[in-house]
Write a protein that binds this ligand. Structure first.
Ligand code: NOJ
Length: 547
């Protein structure tokens, strides 16, 4: 029973979020593409795993040029995924299981096949003309400025019919909406209400930092650190095309819509340095509850860098800002492919023991890897538009590996994207009973985290870090504390902190032989070992022995 002095936390603060990429989670009607009924079929698994909320990447009608991030109707379901009745069923069943549903909201752009854009491009004086961003060519016919598309090439597309350019931060088929037009703002806020009225528990807002652009349309400067291996978009620094001050008013308006309802959540997809990222919590007015923190994705796997980044983030948050952590999503190479299977277990411990809401990417819990997709089978536009740079996101979007049957239990048909050929030995069914598996580690971490207030919501205290290791303590007032020690290298390392005395029992360990071991004041770690110690006692000792 919580005592009356204990702070109450909201579901998105002490719960875990799980991202489902709907095309690849579970097919229920054998067309090779995952669907809503498939997700319903797997709710028992998600409940067993212990997650609180499911975030589903876009499920709306779409020509699928960017696999659903190009929406042609914001108020319906893409038919291969199901229909609104399936959606209501999914929502109802999630709620019945005491879980929540987060939808992807894509407000920065629509599909060029959305009726709004079809109207907008039909003539210069169409009432929807100003819903998108249209500009005249420069006198020599070239685009209005040098801005680049994230997916390669210029961000401006010439329209022969009306003889103007339109702006697309992503694909030509994803024209940007004009968020300086109040009609666009109203339309999108009403779309949010449509889904909130149905009972969805929140949104993950796509590309929030792109939504408002410089009012003077100035050229972006060149990036002095650009290298040929990077995406062409990175040739310029997007200082005028993203992260504009006016965006905060819009974010506050979106937040107000959520606050018309009970306990709804706004997550914002934002790739910015920490000091810019935290401004999206809102300074004058409330904005996102959780601006996604991608630090563990962006940083090199170096304990000193990571320890410093954790401190930088903790320091940048104000008292009311709730932290969050992510190690994978549908746009980034999987953690197992970035750091290897052994270190991916260390990443799992980090993700599930740092302070703040963790977001898991489907399949990371069974250490799914990026699957090599032959060049001729690449479907992701990022890969197709910038060939030769290995930038396709298909490898991290392959079907979930459930069991050892046909296509890993994902479908009986030809799957839309190749299934990992190692699925016989790497799948949920094989890993569940195996005490050494990634899934068993995830499950133990989640169980521990969700029963221990110190790990769920307790304070973060750094202990030490060096070229091999990171160590920290999590403790909630009045509760048993936990010491986490992680070796980010393959060689043994020695945890002998000068700054604390402690004793306790190892309750999680990537080296299972150590489970239950008593430790006191120092720990010798094997290569790739990460562990969690339930502390019996601990105290700081002064670094100055004479004081
Ligand atoms: C970010 C999404 O996560 C990504 O998948 C998509 O391609 C772009 N935004 C454009 O919507």
């Amino acid at each position: 029973m919580p005592n009356e002095h204990q702070k109450q936390y909201l579901w998105w603060q002490d719960g875990i979020i799980y991202q489902v990429y709907p095309r690849s989670f579970q097919d229920s009607n054998n067309d090779g593409i995952g669907d809503l009924r498939g997700i319903i079929r797997r709710l028992d698994y998600l409940k067993w795993l212990g997650v609180k909320a499911v975030w589903i990447s876009p499920i709306y009608p779409s020509p699928m040029a960017d696999f659903g991030y190009d929406i042609s109707d914001y108020r319906n379901i893409w038919s291969p995924f199901g229909d609104l009745a399936d959606f209501d069923d999914l929502l109802q069943q999630l709620h019945a299981a005491d879980m929540r549903l987060i939808l992807d909201l894509v407000p920065n752009h629509s599909s060029d096949e959305h009726p709004w854009f079809v109207e907008s491009r039909s003539s210069r004086d169409n009432p929807k003309r100003d819903w998108y961003i249209w500009k005249d060519a420069k006198p020599d016919g070239s685009p209005p400025n040098n801005w680049l598309s994230v997916f390669g090439g210029s961000a401006w597309q010439w329209d022969e019919t009306t003889k103007q350019y339109y702006y697309h931060a992503f694909l030509v088929k994803q024209p940007d909406l004009n968020w300086r037009n109040p009609e666009v703002v109203d339309a999108m806020l009403n779309i949010m209400r449509f889904w909130l009225d149905k009972g969805v528990d929140g949104f993950r807002v796509d590309a929030m930092w792109h939504m408002i652009k410089d009012s003077q349309w100035r050229d972006n400067p060149h990036n002095p650190e650009y290298k040929e291996t990077m995406a062409t978009y990175e040739k310029l620094l997007p200082v005028y095309s993203t992260d504009q001050p006016e965006m905060h008013e819009i974010a506050a308006k979106m937040r107000k819509v959520l606050d018309e309802y009970d306990e709804r959540l706004m997550i914002a997809e934002i790739y910015l340095p920490v000091h810019r990222l935290v401004t999206y919590y809102g300074t004058h007015e409330k904005e996102a509850h959780l601006p996604f923190n991608f630090m563990l994705i962006s940083l090199a796997w170096d304990p000193r860098l990571i320890a410093a980044a954790i401190d930088e983030y903790e320091a940048a948050l104000s008292k009311d800002d709730w932290p969050n952590w992510v190690i994978g999503n549908h746009d980034q190479p999987r953690i197992t492919s970035r750091v290897g299977a052994q270190q991916a277990k260390i990443a799992a411990i980090l993700l599930l023991t740092l302070r703040g809401t963790p977001t898991l990417y489907y399949g990371d819990e069974i250490s799914m890897r990026d699957v090599p997709i032959p060049e001729e089978e690449v479907q992701d536009p990022q890969g197709l538009n910038m060939p030769g740079k290995n930038l396709s996101r298909d490898p991290e979007r392959t079907p979930m590996l459930w069991d050892s049957t046909n296509n890993a239990g994902f479908t009986d048909a030809q799957p839309w994207l190749r299934v990992d050929r190692a699925f016989h030995r790497r799948n949920v069914q094989v890993q569940k009973p195996n005490p050494l598996s990634a899934l068993t580690l995830y499950k133990s971490l989640i169980d521990l985290r969700q029963t221990e207030p110190s790990l769920m919501t307790g304070a973060y205290t750094p202990v030490c870090s060096d070229h091999q290791m990171i160590a920290y303590i999590r403790q909630a007032e009045g509760h048993t504390g936990f010491l986490i020690v992680l070796n980010l290298t393959h060689r043994p390392c020695y945890f002998t902190p000068g700054t604390i005395l402690f004793s306790g029992t190892i309750v999680i360990d990537t080296v299972p032989e150590q489970l239950g071991a008593k430790v006191r004041n120092k720990i010798d770690l094997s290569g790739d070992e990460g562990l969690v110690v339930r502390l019996e006692e601990w105290q700081s000792v002064s670094s100055n022995p004479s004081s």
